[in-house]
Design a protein around this ligand. Structure first.
Ligand code: ATP
Length: 453
């Protein structure tokens, strides 16, 4: 596995991820996705939507607002409870997550410790990792939601927040979906969208940023079926991670102990990935019980209940939530699948992306510029064949061009040569095996779909 620095450098060089606002000297922990990174990210999101929503009979899409009425965040518990313990070094002015400092030094779980107890532990035996001083503030709560405001509304309403999770947009639309689509429990609502958190210590490339995208699915079930659904989703998640190309040896399931559960959760299993910097959470599966719908029922003008017509019974469904971050999945995929491989003439960088998530499905390469026009005609023809994005690569030696496609994950390289003019055939090279075959131009699409993995 490459280290984080090598990954960042590769992703920048190939047009996947750039550091944010770089022409103005940058902005800490801000990253922009370049053309190839955008394609990869979109493909991860599309795979998720296909797997978790479109291939299921009872899951619906949603696209709710980023800015919601602030009462939503009061009801959800975010305004009162969504904060991190923070401590500052008075000598060098660096800010740290208190729980991380304690966990790293003492290898204990600090979730059950009060802020006073955390302060005592840090003051007693922990030095600033940055300047080595022992000159700390007290541990304080640091609000994780980004505040914003709306100038035209009255004072009460002007405190608005950027959503820290997409889930609440689903809960507040529960009645809308039930009433307009006649949704019957069990059913689910999934959505993909940006979330924002004012993280105390962002870092590790795109692992922890202040702005990221979530893939969230809220599955509504009767209480008696909640555990069964939880188990089913555990298995679905394992299958999905396999589709993305992540192997089980780099994955770990962590059952969160009772004392560390989030305020809304009755039970959570986190999936962790072995990143170059160590293990880190990529997703969580939680049994949220009736927490959210009950609170919105209490605090809003609507009862968020389900009416079971068959049994003439009203109840609050339980919620099984799958929540993943697109950027963390992308980082895990690159960590696992971008490899340096020995070849007969040295080594090559190859990005072994599954066909479905690779930015380009194939590349067309004219052997020399003399046959660029004919190769371009083939390229244009293939673009209309519904294979997916295809690129055109000219100039430089064919070997170098193959290597370039390997490094961005393109599975098939189609070389158009002088014989192609006469025999209407091309040479097609497979990224992983580097094997080449001569095939008919007419059969390219079929060949690709038969050989894609
Ligand atoms: P962590 O403990 O790492 O802060 P979390 O438990 O707060 O994560 P959740 O609230 O469960 O995270 O969010 C669901 C998913 O959203 C996470 O598993 C992760 O993939 C993603 N995510 C959360 N915070 C961030 C962030 N700051 N940057 C990138 N992705 C994030």
């Amino acid at each position: 596995m490459k280290n984080t620095k090598e990954i960042i450098s590769h992703l920048k060089d190939k047009g996947f991820v750039y550091s944010g606002s770089s022409i103005y000297g940058g902005l800490a922990n801000s990253w922009d996705f370049g053309p190839l990174g955008t394609m990869l990210k979109n493909n991860i999101k599309d795979s998720w939507k296909t797997f978790f929503i479109d291939q299921e009979e009872n899951i619906y899409h949603l696209d709710s607002s980023i800015i919601l009425n602030s009462k939503v965040w009061k009801s959800s518990g975010h305004i009162d409870k969504f904060n991190d313990p923070m401590i500052d070094c008075k000598s060098c002015k660096e800010r740290f997550r208190a729980d991380h400092l304690i966990e790293e030094e003492n290898n204990i779980n600090v979730d059950s410790l009060s802020f006073e107890e955390q302060t005592k532990m840090i003051h007693k035996n922990i030095k600033c990792p940055n300047c080595k001083a022992s000159n700390w503030t007290n541990v304080r709560a640091f609000e994780l939601m980004f505040k914003t405001s709306s100038s035209k509304t009255n004072e009460d309403e002007s405190n608005l927040y950027l959503r820290p999770e997409t889930a609440q947009g689903v809960f507040i639309n529960f009645n809308n979906v039930v009433n307009t689509l006649n949704a019957k429990v069990p059913f689910g609502i999934g959505q993909v969208g940006k979330a924002f958190r004012n993280e105390v210590t962002p870092g590790n490339f795109i692992f922890r940023t202040k702005e990221f995208e979530q893939l969230e699915l809220e599955f509504f079930v009767e209480e008696k079926d909640a555990n069964k659904s939880f188990e089913e989703y555990l298995q679905k998640i394992r299958n999905f991670l396999e589709i993305l190309g992540l192997s089980s040896k780099n994955l770990k399931e962590y059952k969160v102990p009772k004392e560390s559960l989030a305020h809304y959760s009755l039970g959570t299993t986190d999936f962790e990935y072995k990143f170059p910097f160590g293990w880190g959470e990529i997703l969580g599966l939680a049994n949220r019980g009736g927490f959210d719908l009950e609170n919105h029922s209490k605090n809003s003008n609507e009862k968020m209940e389900y009416f079971d017509q068959a049994n003439n019974r009203r109840y609050t469904p339980f919620v099984i939530e799958t929540s993943m971050g697109v950027e963390r999945l992308l980082f895990a995929i690159v960590s696992e699948l971008l490899i340096t491989e020995k070849t007969s003439d040295g080594e090559r960088e190859v990005f072994k992306l599954p066909f479905n998530i690779a930015p380009y499905k194939a590349s067309v390469l004219p052997l020399t510029n003399k046959i660029e026009k004919e190769a371009k005609d083939l390229f244009k023809l293939l673009l209309k064949e519904n294979i997916g994005p295809i690129n055109f690569s000219k100039g430089g030696s064919i070997g170098k061009r193959y290597r370039k496609q390997d490094a961005i994950g393109t599975m098939f390289a189609i070389t158009y040569d002088f014989d192609s003019l006469k025999d209407k055939m091309v040479t097609i090279r497979h990224r992983d095996t580097m094997k080449q075959e001569r095939i008919k131009i007419k059969g390219i699409k079929e060949y690709i779909f038969n050989n894609a993995r």
